[in-house]
Design a protein around this ligand. Structure first.
Ligand code: ADP
Ligand code: MG
Length: 356
C-alpha cells in the first residue's frame, strides 16, 4: 500500500530565518527518495513538515490527492525512524513495536500478528521479550524500523537512521532497508548527509543546499551530470578547473582551460564569453608520459606531485601550473607514474561539463 507525496511551494521560516525555500517535489508511490545535504541545510525541517511535527509557513503537502498540512501527525498514517532510535526503555521489544497499534486501538489478535510480521521482516523475532538496553545499536535500529512499519504506513520517513551505527553495520543496514522497502513496495523519504548512502539506496536524490532543492535526479545523472559546482563537489570527488567558453557549436563548447589550453566541453546553459568551471571526475582523466601525447584538446602538462597506491587503484595528484588535477586509475597492469614524473593529463569532451 504505497502512496504518492507532493510538496508544493513549501516555505519555512523560523522568525526571520528561512530554512526551507520553495520546495516543489513529487514523489511516486513506491519510490525511494533521499534528501541529501550538509548539516543545517534544512533536511530535518523538511521531513518534520511531512510528518506533521512542524507546520510550513506557506505551501501545501499532499499524500495521494489529499492535503495533509492541517492534519495532526498521528492522523497522517506516516511511519518515522530517527537517528537515535527513540525506543521506549521501559517497554519490551514486542511492546515497542506494538505501540503504534495500541494507540490506534487495534485488536489483540491484529497486534500479535502484525508485530510478529514486522519483527520477522527485520529478522528480530527471537528478541521480542528483551528490553532496548539489552540490544546492540543495530538491533535497536531494526526495532525502531519495525515499529515504524508495523501499522502499514502509507509512507516511511527516515532521518539519518544509520548515523549512529559503525561502518560494517551501516553497510548491512543499507541493504536491509532496501530489501524491506522493495518487499513492501513502500514510499520512502530518507535523509542523510552521506553521499554514499544516497547514491546506493535511492531511486532519486534531492540535493539540498541552504534550504533549497538544487537538483533532483537519479544517482547516475547526479554523479555524471551535476547541475552546478555545489552538487559536483558534494557528490563524489571532482576536478574543477577555471575555464572560458569561446564558441558554442551544436550545444557543446570550445573552451579555454586554465588560462591558455584549448578544450571542448559540454555546457550547462552558458553562452559565448562566459567564465565557468570545467568539471571532470578523477576516473575520467587519463594520465600519460608527457612525450607520448601530441596536441590533444583538454590536455594539460604537469608533474606528478603525489601517487597514492590504494590497492585496486592509484590516486595521482598532478600539478599543472596553478591547478592540481586529481586522477584515479585502475591498477590493471598500467604504467605506474612515480612522484616527479612529467606527464600529460587529458579527458574527453563528453566527460567534462562547464559549470557555473
Ligand atoms: P539539517 O537536518 O539539514 O541538518 P535542520 O532542518 O535541522 O537541518 O535545520 C535547518 C536550519 O534551521 C538550521 O539553521 C537550524 O539551526 C534551524 N532550525 C532548526 N530547527 C529550528 C527551530 N526549532 N528554531 C529555530 N531554528 C531552527
Ligand atoms: Mg537533520
Amino acid at each position: 500500500m504505497s502512496t504518492s507525496l507532493e510538496m508544493k511551494n513549501i516555505q519555512k521560516f523560523y522568525g526571520p530565518l528561512q530554512v526551507v525555500k520553495d520546495f516543489n517535489l513529487q514523489i511516486q508511490p513506491g519510490e525511494f527518495v533521499t534528501f541529501l545535504g550538509p548539516s543545517g541545510s534544512g533536511k530535518t525541517t523538511a521531513l518534520k513538515m511531512i510528518a506533521g511535527f512542524e507546520t510550513p509557513t506557506s505551501g501545501d503537502i499532499f499524500l495521494g490527492s489529499r492535503s495533509i498540512v492541517d492534519l495532526p501527525a498521528y492522523e497522517r498514517g506516516i511511519g518515522m525512524v530517527f537517528q537515535n532510535y527513540a525506543l521506549f526503555p521501559h517497554m519490551t521489544v514486542a511492546e515497542n513495536v506494538a505501540f503504534p497499534l495500541t494507540v490506534r486501538r487495534a485488536t489483540r489478535a491484529e497486534i500479535e500478528s502484525s508485530v510478529a510480521r514486522a519483527l520477522q521482516l527485520v529478522k528480530m523475532e527471537q528478541y521480542s521479550g528483551r528490553y532496548p538496553n539489552q540490544l546492540s545499536g543495530g538491533q535497536q535500529q531494526r526495532i525502531a524500523l519495525a515499529r515504524a512499519i508495523v501499522f502499514n504506513p502509507s509512507i516511511l520517513l527516515m532521518d539519518e537512521p544509520l548515523g549512529a551505527l559503525d561502518r560494517n553495520l551501516r553497510e548491512h543496514m543499507k541493504i536491509e532497508i532496501m530489501r524491506i522497502q522493495k518487499e513492501l513496495n513502500m514510499t520512502v523519504v530518507f535523509v542523510t548527509h552521506d553521499q554514499d548512502e544516497a547514491l546506493t539506496m535511492s531511486d532519486r536524490i534531492a540535493v539540498i543546499n541552504e534550504g533549497r532543492l538544487v537538483q533532483v535526479d537519479d544517482s547516475k545523472t547526479l554523479y555524471g551530470r551535476p547541475r552546478n559546482r555545489f552538487v559536483a563537489s558534494f557528490v563524489g570527488e571532482s576536478n574543477m578547473i577555471p575555464c572560458r567558453v569561446d564558441l558554442i557549436e551544436n550545444g557543446a563548447g570550445k573552451v579555454t582551460v586554465a588560462g591558455n589550453t584549448p578544450g571542448a566541453a559540454q555546457l550547462s546553459g552558458q553562452t559565448d564569453g562566459d567564465n565557468g568551471w570545467l568539471f571532470v571526475r578523477p576516473e575520467n582523466v587519463e594520465i600519460d608520459l608527457r612525450s607520448a601525447v601530441v596536441d590533444l584538446p583538454n590536455a594539460l602538462d604537469g608533474i606528478v606531485e603525489n601517487a597514492l597506491f590504494l590497492g585496486e587503484m592509484t590516486r595521482y595528484l598532478v600539478r599543472c601550473g596553478d591547478e592540481t588535477i586529481t586522477v584515479k586509475r585502475q591498477n590493471r597492469g598500467q604504467t605506474h607514474f612515480a612522484g616527479g614524473t612529467p606527464v600529460t593529463v587529458s579527458w574527453k569532451a563528453e566527460d567534462c561539463t562547464v559549470l557555473n
